[in-house]
Design a protein around this ligand. Structure first.
Ligand code: XMP
Length: 496
């Protein structure tokens, strides 16, 4: 590829580079940035409409972020600093957020007490209020909707007392399509359409708001699975407890598992990968993190469906300082992507992205997606409150190897292979910080994607594959970097 001689030269000089060391060379272009295609893959079977993935960190990705990411065409990876049950509930929330056909609706029985149903709804954090009522044999006998709950003050009543009975419901047969459901619901001015077979057994459910969303233009960007549910990933660690965590996540409907460790090229990671591939052959397993070509190749040979690159480039990372290991991220991504070229296994550049230009560079190096922590950390969708400080509105952003994260989570300690005996004796490999509040994710991603599109226009690449093919690099000097930023002026609008 075009960039290979550049990196050969750098390797001969013994130089490993990072984002601020390079820029892409511009080239002849017939590419309008508005027309470029940024479709890509996170792993062999997990496509992306936009090549951005949110990091599995406790200050970045829970269900709210994962929903927003998937709606913008990317993907969120739910962090593992949660109990397996809570983490699976986050996965379920994403999977239930948007339904084409709900194949297994959550049902209630006629004798269930209204107060208990409401309690269950709150405890499980269901984002919906409509429950089909079925008998012991799964036959539909009625439906309780939000109105039935709202208009009833007596919580001791039973479902049968407040439900709309089957004879008064609009239903449809088993194989009703999304489009048919849409017109039936619209015509009947109803919000819920239960599907039943000829024995009146409940076989599925359509909800108008979901059907409507799926059939409108704005949803063409959504990253959805074959049944129309938003895609979501989840992080797991290594060892037996984590194998159980993975099973729970798979049962909750997770699309991709990420073995999330600080050193992916480790014996226990290979063992976990082997077990997970055997127990869940239909779920993609992405493995990380590594920063050497041989490590990436070993993981691909061991059956990984995606590789995550980055040891120490992250904004909150101190691994390189504490442990003295790691490779600057541009060289790491290039070497790993080159080592697995042609294998069909996508590579994700994880950490160290500061500006949108770095995304273009990462993809040009051979990555198929980038994973972001800091860039997304200040958005509305991250866990945690906005804090009012003297510097303005802030949100907390911390490394999963920071003291706080390791003290609060076993899996965070395991990521750095620490704390089995005494959780007071920890050597942090990350820090805790605050970042400015940035508003909604959609605005932040719009700018990142806009920068990527622009970069592809300058290179003359219409697709990410073409960007990888055509990318070539200049080595920047310190003066070159200073020249790249605004200089010799007093900034009155930073345009950030
Ligand atoms: P950015 O630069 O996007 O990086 O903030 C996010 C990535 O950093 C990694 N990560 C850590 N690395 N110590 C580390 O050395 C940590 O405490 C830590 N926490 C997160 C992780 O790969 C994430 O996606």
């Amino acid at each position: 590829m075009k960039k290979d001689p550049f990196f050969e030269k750098m390797a001969n000089l013994g130089l490993a580079l990072t984002y601020d060391d390079v820029r892409l060379r511009s080239g002849y272009s017939e590419t309008d940035p508005r027309d470029v295609l940024i479709e890509s893959f996170f792993s062999k079977n997990i496509p992306l409409h936009c090549p951005i993935v949110s990091a599995p960190m406790d200050t970045v990705t829970e269900s709210k972020m994962a929903i927003a990411m998937a709606k913008l065409g990317g993907l969120g990876i739910i962090h593992k600093g949660l109990t397996p049950e809570i983490q699976s509930n986050h996965v379920k929330k994403v999977k239930l957020h948007l339904n084409g056909l709900i194949e297994k609706p959550i049902t209630v029985k006629a004798d269930d007490i209204v107060g208990a149903i409401e309690e269950r709804q709150q405890n499980k954090d269901y984002g919906f209020h409509s429950f089909p009522v079925v008998d012991e044999g799964g036959k539909l006998i009625g439906l309780i909707s939000r109105n039935d709950f709202d208009l009833n003050n007596d919580k001791s009543l039973r479902a049968r007392d407040i439900m709309t009975v089957l004879a008064e419901l609009i239903t449809a047969p088993v194989n009703t399509s999304l489009e048919e459901a849409y017109s039936i619901l619209k015509q009947a001015r109803k919000k819920i359409l239960p599907l039943i077979n000829d024995k009146t057994e409940l076989t599925g459910l359509y909800v108008f708001s979901d059907v409507n969303r799926l059939l409108t233009d704005s949803s063409s960007l959504y990253n959805v699975d074959k049944s129309g549910h938003l895609r979501v990933g989840a992080a797991v660690g290594t060892g037996n407890a984590e194998i159980e965590r993975a099973s729970l996540l798979v049962r909750a409907g997770v699309d991709v598992l990420v073995i999330d460790t600080a050193h992916g090229d480790s014996k226990n990671v290979y063992e976990t990968l082997k077990t997970l591939k055997q127990s869940h052959p239909k779920v993609d397993i992405v493995v990380g993190n590594v920063s050497e070509g041989e490590s990436a190749k070993r993981l691909v040979d061991a059956g990984a469906d995606g590789i995550k690159i980055g040891q120490g480039p992250g904004s909150i990372c101190t691994t390189r300082i504490i442990a003295g290991i790691g490779c600057p991220q541009v060289t790491a991504v290039y070497n790993c992507a080159k080592a697995v070229r042609g294998s069909g296994v996508p590579v994700c550049a994880d950490g160290g992205i500061k500006n949108s230009g770095d995304i273009t560079i990462a993809l040009g190096l051979g990555a198929h997606s980038v994973m972001l922590g800091r860039v997304l950390a200040g958005t509305t969708e991250t866990p945690g409150e906005i804090r009012l400080t003297a510097q303005g509105r802030m949100k907390i952003y911390r490394g999963m190897g920071s003291l706080g994260a390791m003290q609060s989570s076993r899996t965070a300690r395991e990521r750095y292979r620490q704390g089995e005996d005494d959780i007071k004796k920890l050597v942090p490999e990350g820090i805790e910080s605050v970042v400015s509040y940035q508003g909604d994710l959609a605005n932040v991603l719009f700018k990142q994607i806009g920068g990527l599109r622009s970069g592809m226009g300058y290179v003359g690449a219409k697709t990410i594959a073409e960007l990888q093919e055509k990318a070539d690099f200049h080595r920047l000097s310190g003066a070159g970097m200073i020249e790249s930023h605004p200089h010799d002026v007093t900034i009155i609008d930073s345009a950030q």
